[in-house]
Ligand binder design. Sequence first.
Ligand SMILES: Nc1nc2c(c(=O)[nH]1)N[C@H]1C(S)=C(S)[C@@H](COP(=O)(O)OP(=O)(O)OC[C@H]3O[C@@H](n4cnc5c(=O)[nH]c(N)nc54)[C@H](O)[C@@H]3O)O[C@H]1N2
Ligand SMILES: Nc1nc2c(c(=O)[nH]1)N[C@H]1C(S)=C(S)[C@@H](COP(=O)(O)OP(=O)(O)OC[C@H]3O[C@@H](n4cnc5c(=O)[nH]c(N)nc54)[C@H](O)[C@@H]3O)O[C@H]1N2
Ligand code: SF4
Ligand SMILES: [Mo]
Length: 909
Amino acid sequence: MSVTAETRITASTCCYCGVGCGVLIAHDGETITDVKGDPDHPANFGKLCSKGATLHLTCDLDARGQYPELRLGKSLARARTDWDNALDHAANVFTETIREHGPDSVAFYISGQLLTEDYYAFNKLARALVGTNNIDSNSRLCMSSAVVGYKRSLGADAPPCNYEDIEQSDCVLIAGSNMAFAHPVLFRRLEEAKAKRPQMKVIVIDPRRTDTCDLADLHVAILPGSDVALFHGILHILLWEGWIDRAYIEAHTEGFDALKTLVRDYNPQMVSELCGISQETLQVCAQMIGSAPSFLSLWCMGLNQSSSGSAKNSALINLHLATGQIGKPGAGPFSLTGQPNAMGGRETGSLSNLLPGHRDAADPLHRAEVAQYWGVDTLPETSGLTAIELFDAVHAGKIKALWIACTNPAQSLPDQNKVHEALATCPFVVVQEAFFTTETCHYADLLLPAASWGEKEGTVTNSERRVSHVRRAVPAPFEARPDWAITTDFARRLEKLLRPGLPSLFDFASPNALFEEYKHLTTHRDLDLSGLSYALLDNQGPQQWPFPAGATEGTARLYSVGQFPTPSGRAQFHADPYRAPKEKRDTRYSLTLNTGRLRDQWHGMSRTGSAALLFGHAPEALLSMHPDELRRRRLLNGELVKVRSRRGSLIVPVQADDSIRSGQAYLPMHWGNRFLKGLGTNVLTQPEFDPLSKQPELKHAGVEVEKVELPWTFFALVEGEVQTRFQALRPRFEDFAYANLTLTGRERPALLIRAACAVAPEAELLAQIDRLLGLHEGPVLAYDDPRKAVGKRVRIEDGRITAIRLAGETAARDWLKGLWETGSADADLRRWLLAPVSTPPGAANSTGSSKTLCNCLNVSEDAVCAGIAQGLDVAGLKQELKCGTSCGSCVPEIKRLLAAHAASTATTA
Ligand SMILES: Nc1nc2c(c(=O)[nH]1)N[C@H]1C(S)=C(S)[C@@H](COP(=O)(O)OP(=O)(O)OC[C@H]3O[C@@H](n4cnc5c(=O)[nH]c(N)nc54)[C@H](O)[C@@H]3O)O[C@H]1N2
Ligand SMILES: Nc1nc2c(c(=O)[nH]1)N[C@H]1C(S)=C(S)[C@@H](COP(=O)(O)OP(=O)(O)OC[C@H]3O[C@@H](n4cnc5c(=O)[nH]c(N)nc54)[C@H](O)[C@@H]3O)O[C@H]1N2
Ligand code: SF4
Ligand SMILES: [Mo]
């Protein structure tokens, strides 16, 4: 961290994943200049992953919301307005809508990335003031199956373990979680623990061979969606072998007999067929679990995002209850939370069916308690809509005013065609956003600029129930305001119209005031936070709940005495049979599409996508398929394909990838309509959801893939002002069948565009694009061959390439990009440019990978492979190339390259 006299340091938290790492933000009071891991934070002890460590590079103000913008008619453009006008207008529209169509004609769709105080304000606004339960969050797409699992199996929505339990465990089962990418710092902690105690067993259950498998003693590559069968099959063997804890079952649980009857049918042969694994693998897996002195499981979206997500969660918890592996060191069912404050959302009751303090909206007693605390007569009884149902209701015209905060549904919800239609027809859409670049902003009638990471104060709860104080380092840019302030300001205006003359419910002058009011709603409940305060968190550091008033420290582990918060005090076994995913493979859709995360990108990429270097590891959207599936379809690596599902289609390049089994395909979830032409990954995914948790099955959609012929190709690269150029250029690619926009470079960020269509576009469109690329005048070398509709443009300033455009034919694109990177614009380039040939000179037509493996130290995959070829091992590569020596996120991949090299030399030897 470069520290000057003016540098100040503010301790805060990372705004990405649920690990909840502490960060030290370096700034000058205005601008954030650097970020480091906080050595005192108990989640990360100073470590950060590739995303956390680059947070200070994601503050491009050109991407940020600056002023409120209002549209006064669907056909009109939005115009800048001031906050008073914006919020008065919103209050008027909401009041009219509520008066005319009732409180359930409005809805709030919020996010696990809000702070606890923001969440609380929204909740009170929806339920106490508006009088609707139509308040749901993107956690519906993320954690709601885990909520159901914990509540129905253990009695409360509380992950019982802590991070040290992971390190201390003898057997860690990782199911449907790619921790190496999605919870990297926790994965580093697990790696280190296993290095110290190699006898620790790690099992990974994932249809794909992910980077997480690098640490696994056993990878169980089950068929998608078959987890329930697997868990029942494991229990079958545990019973058969006598590897269960009868005394624990007897003393602390209920419902085991029904489960025993059910799992009798799940014999190894049936399970091996349902799961597509060998009986031997199943047996080894059960033995590892059954014989471990301590057994802990970690899981994430591979279990939750499923039409049997609740069954998957409870079937896994069954294994812990049957073996008594809960409530003791190194043991327990530990659901990893995705977003930084998914937990806070659950605590404050921000799913439509919940109320603050782990209460249920359907419970009259809970409603009465909260109503009394808030000083209102009643809370609404009608059940609220959950995310998918909510957008269906918007589509059907039943929701007439929709408030969206801190989430990008026009990218992240399944069945995007329908979501875009819904947003386009909704009479009034408010979007409260930090980055005005997102797909959802496009539909906002009122767009409100929100403060974001480093600019706001409040609290968050991470995966291990640990509450951190999120501190503000710098003021928000332009007129952006923190979410709690926007929400309470709007609420005060709305209550003047809806309940004139009554005392305000929203008399909060600071996030602290919200926290102080909220925390008493948790008193004597399982999550009791009433002993916490900002001051205590500042003095004693982040704390784990429950932390009741009068406590001196938090609670590291739950259920140590085998007492559960259920009516009987006993944990509940659940006997749900295995059910196949909703969309089975058939002749029309012969592949199962799986979706998930990349190492260096975050969801819709509004933030990570503003830092060019974060595209170094995965520059563009690629559909991965097993090489056999490509061969079967006569497809070559890199060719463009059309992926179709029952709901929509998308054009992307394919990539051969043997970490995916035949019959499956994988597409990262990050692409929406902004970076990729089409409505993104989720145009393909299905909205079918779990009957209890209502969480959609984002991991399994039936798709088919076919080659597309788009012979007219386009490539462009332009340095500088990337956000402005992005926004200007993106609309010009609407008429292309395929277009992928991305950022590239480190010191000199550039916008990079690849596109293709069947025939050459109008010359005028190309001329417009050239103007936006700065290639219409100045020091530009140009060559056109109109007969072949081929053209080349290169702008050279001070001997360096600053912009490139190839049209019609793009064979030279990697070569030119290489010249741009090295800054050499030599005679070769000039000769090539002014000649009709399109292929680049010599053998320079780069075939190697330009992928950056180590983003911290800027080491490419090529360099690592060259080092491996010279005989370097992990330690040697770290020493020679420095790769993997900072955040460590690339180490699993380096190990994989080493293993692949060893395997290939073994077969050739
Ligand atoms: N880099 C990065 N990290 C993130 C995020 C991000 O956007 N980027 N987002 C955060 C959020 S909100 C979340 S929710 C978490 C998600 O974290 P994870 O759930 O770990 O991430 P995913 O890649 O969505 O999915 C995990 C794995 O589930 C597997 N899977 C698919 N179907 C099945 C199945 O039927 N059974 C099993 N057992 N596995 C299956 C997939 O192959 C995938 O490897 O990540 C958090 N961390
Ligand atoms: N196909 C597929 N789809 C998925 C998933 C999957 O695995 N596969 N995963 C699902 C899961 S688990 C999740 S959690 C969702 C995530 O989906 P989204 O919630 O849509 O994800 P983000 O892109 O993180 O959206 C957060 C938005 O908040 C904005 N923002 C950032 N900071 C602030 C702030 O302080 N205030 C405000 N008001 N705005 C801010 C960001 O710019 C961003 O646009 O995606 C889901 N969709
Ligand atoms: S693991 Fe990475 S993304 Fe998650 S909180 Fe820590 S630094 Fe942030
Ligand atoms: Mo998530």
